[in-house]
Ligand binder design. Structure first.
Ligand SMILES: [Cu+2]
Length: 466
């Protein structure tokens, strides 16, 4: 069992971190999903919905046979509303800080329950890159690329799109001229989603939405991935002419700390809806040694996030510890799956990172801890302010919440960053380095998602279990 998980994890991390080759898949030549009335809308709403919905992407899986007019025919589907902050940046108007970023305003997921009935579930709102902190190791310079600049998203070009994979890539339109042609959509094969003991397998698919952020000498790729199994991935990719030519005193070594924030929802459509932002609890999931004496035995500890004196979760921070496999879990207190052994539905924030920052001065304290949770309030997109928003005596119970998380990459310049002289920044380009994290559903489905289209595969006899 452990070996399987280990291999699966290594493969998952590898495919997450590496810009994998896209498996050759035939282009099916289909128009992308068009907006349609959401389930539960009134007729009047539906009529309004027939007008173009701004910045909405809807896609069912398998994508090659998605019926845009009826996503409930798909096995699973995503309905994503996106947005660009400060969209005047890059237009003829004067640019102003903060910089523009691509935001996922709402991520809704459709899946089938054990009876094959479609269920619509809102995972989160307002997922965005709230800061990209770039500290050089001598703390000179230190850039806050989102909050202290007026950087823009640059227009997309066809040649930036990946190959026609599950579907041809697209540059997204928008009814807002300032957001037109700034977001790229690709739908790719994602390797084997699962294989069972009879060697029956299903390939996975994912949709990527991404934009290009002009950060001066840097270009950042702001990417969100939406898997057919409900997995969301968030990544920032950094490519550049390095700020310094090659240095000998290490002052050119730096980090790119991607800092994201989102508002967890975890609500299922219905009359009334089940669960929602005030029905969630926040937990830390940690793997701890079973006794103080190392004996190779572990226990999984699932306990309230930043507990107060009474043991209840409160606003504050927590740190990722590699030896504990730290996960931040947002778990509904209302919504359960419908297996014979129903469990509360959650969303796991799983770090995927190079390392962690711990000892920066106060101005950059937001980066010294990896997870922060605060009450949700309007105007909270500036990640740098998060230490000021936290009040340890504020309990999280029954409150709508915002989760904050960073993922840093270390950039040690190498010969490959430069031209053939081995030192001149503008004669080469630093190859893209990615950093990010995953959001994975827990107990959302009634069983394994996409498993043989819901039909039961009988347990093979004599399968070796390790
Ligand atoms: Cu760099």
């Amino acid at each position: 069992m452990m070996r399987f998980f280990h291999t699966a994890l290594v493969l998952a991390l590898a495919s997450f971190l590496v810009h994998g080759r896209h498996a050759a898949a035939q282009e099916r030549g289909r128009e992308p999903a068009k907006p349609e009335p959401a389930k539960g809308e009134s007729k009047q709403d539906a009529n309004q919905a027939s007008a173009p919905v701004p910045n909405m992407v809807r896609l069912g899986f398998p994508a090659g046979r998605c019926d845009p007019n009826d996503l409930s025919k798909s096995d699973t589907a995503w309905e994503i509303q996106w947005d660009i902050t400060n969209p005047d940046n890059g237009t003829s108007k004067k640019n102003s800080s903060p910089s523009s970023v691509l935001v996922i305003r709402s991520a809704r997921f459709m899946f089938k329950d054990k009876e094959g009935k479609p269920r619509w579930y809102t995972v989160l709102k307002n997922l965005e890159v709230g800061e990209i902190l770039v500290p050089y190791d001598k703390m000179q310079p230190v850039f806050l690329d989102v909050s202290e600049h007026a950087f823009r998203l640059i227009p997309a070009k066809k040649e930036y799109l990946g190959p026609n994979c599950v579907l041809p890539g697209e540059i997204l339109d928008s009814s807002d001229q300032r957001m037109k042609n700034k977001v790229l959509k690709e739908v790719h094969d994602d390797g084997l989603r699962w294989m069972n003991g009879k060697n029956i397998a299903r390939r996975g698919e994912k949709m990527l939405l991404w934009s290009l952020f002009d950060g001066g000498n840097y270009r950042y790729l702001l990417e969100y991935g939406f898997g057919d199994d409900g997995l969301i991935t968030c990544r920032v990719g950094a490519t550049a002419h390095n700020f310094f030519d090659k240095q000998t005193d290490q002052r050119d070594i730096h980090l790119h700390v991607g800092c994201w924030r989102f508002d967890p929802q975890l609500s299922e459509d219905g009359e009334p809806a089940i669960g929602g932002p005030r029905d969630n609890q926040v937990l830390l999931v940690r793997r701890l040694p079973r006794t103080p004496t190392p004996n190779g035995m572990f226990k999984l500890d699932i306990s309230p996030f930043n507990p107060d004196d009474t043991g209840k979760a409160s606003e504050g921070f927590a740190d990722w510890k590699p030896e504990e496999f730290t996960i931040l879990r947002v778990q509904s207190k209302a919504r359960k799956n419908n297996s014979k052994n129903p469990q509360f539905t959650g969303l796991d924030l799983i770090p995927v990172r190079y390392g962690a920052v711990r000892n920066y001065p106060w101005k950059y304290h937001f980066a010294n801890h990896d997870f922060w949770v605060t009450h949700k309030a309007s105007g909270q997109s500036k990640y740098r302010d998060v230490p000021l928003l936290v009040n340890n005596s504020n309990p999280l119970d029954k409150k709508a919440l915002t989760v904050w998380h960073n993922s840093p990459a270390m950039h040690v310049p190498r010969g490959e960053d430069y031209g053939f002289d081995g030192k001149t920044a503008w004669q080469g380009a630093a190859i893209t380095t990615w950093t990010g994290f995953m959001l994975r559903p827990v107990n959302l489905f009634d069983g394994t998602p996409l498993y043989n289209n819901g039909s039961v595969v009988s347990a093979p006899s004599g399968v070796e279990r390790d």
